[in-house]
Design a protein around this ligand. Structure first.
Ligand code: SF4
Length: 221
């Protein structure tokens, strides 16, 4: 059976917050498990797995610039509109015209009867988020949910990183034969140690081999 899976749900509310990963330990455990299952072929029926791995491979092969990336949902494009059956134009199809975005702006951003006046004030493009432009998984994540803010945004961003970094790791292994454990660079330090295996190891030594998965005989070079 093929499974059409999307990603971690974005935490739009308390229920979403309760369902997302809570601790750093949860995050690294999830990443290690997801990566292990990718390597063992256990996710081969989830079409998203191959799509995302090859998407990251292609982003490297073609040196795809970040500036060419739209928002994950595509709702940043002027020619994509979400409307309800009353003709009210919305931030996206996941919200109602009666709701307010976390930034205090209404999710109703106009009406079909006056398209010239439709204006998105309820969302933030990834290029205006502090962490997205330098994030290693930007090519896969594409900025997560554009209307979240505050703690909901933080939790959604954390989940999106852990959701996508196993695909990044699988793409790197596909291209090089080596498993990445640690990502150096100018981005959040708490995200560099992909599987929680090299904490406390200086960056210049972090690329040395540390077995990633206890029962996995394949090691990085
Ligand atoms: S994981 Fe977070 S910081 Fe990285 S691209 Fe996605 S939303 Fe932006």
């Amino acid at each position: 059976m093929n499974i059409g899976e999307g990603a971690f749900i974005d935490p739009y509310d308390e229920g979403g917050m309760a369902a997302t990963l809570q601790t750093q330990q949860d995050h690294v455990r999830f990443r290690a498990l997801a990566y292990k299952e990718l390597r063992q072929g256990l996710a081969s029926r989830m079409s998203v797995a191959q799509q995302r791995i090859m998407d990251f491979v292609q982003s490297i092969r073609t040196a795809r610039p970040a500036s060419s990336l739209g928002q994950k949902c595509g709702m940043d494009k002027p020619d994509n509109l979400a409307v309800d059956l009353h003709g009210k134009v919305l931030t996206c199809q996941n919200v109602s015209a009666a709701a307010t975005a976390p930034n205090g702006q209404p999710h109703q951003i106009g009406h079909l009867s006056n398209l010239q006046a439709v204006k998105m004030r309820s969302a933030t493009h990834w290029s205006h988020r502090p962490d997205c432009p330098s994030c290693p998984v930007l090519q896969l994540c594409k900025g997560s949910c554009m209307f979240l803010q505050g703690p909901l945004w933080d939790a959604g961003c954390d989940a999106a990183y852990s959701d996508n970094v196993p695909f990044l790791a699988a793409a790197i292994e596909y291209l090089t034969g080596c498993i990445p454990y640690f990502i150096e660079g100018d981005f959040r330090g708490d995200r560099k140690d992909i599987f929680g295996q090299v904490q406390g190891v200086p960056e210049q030594r972090a690329r040395r081999v540390i077995p990633i998965l206890a029962d996995d005989r394949t090691v990085a070079a």
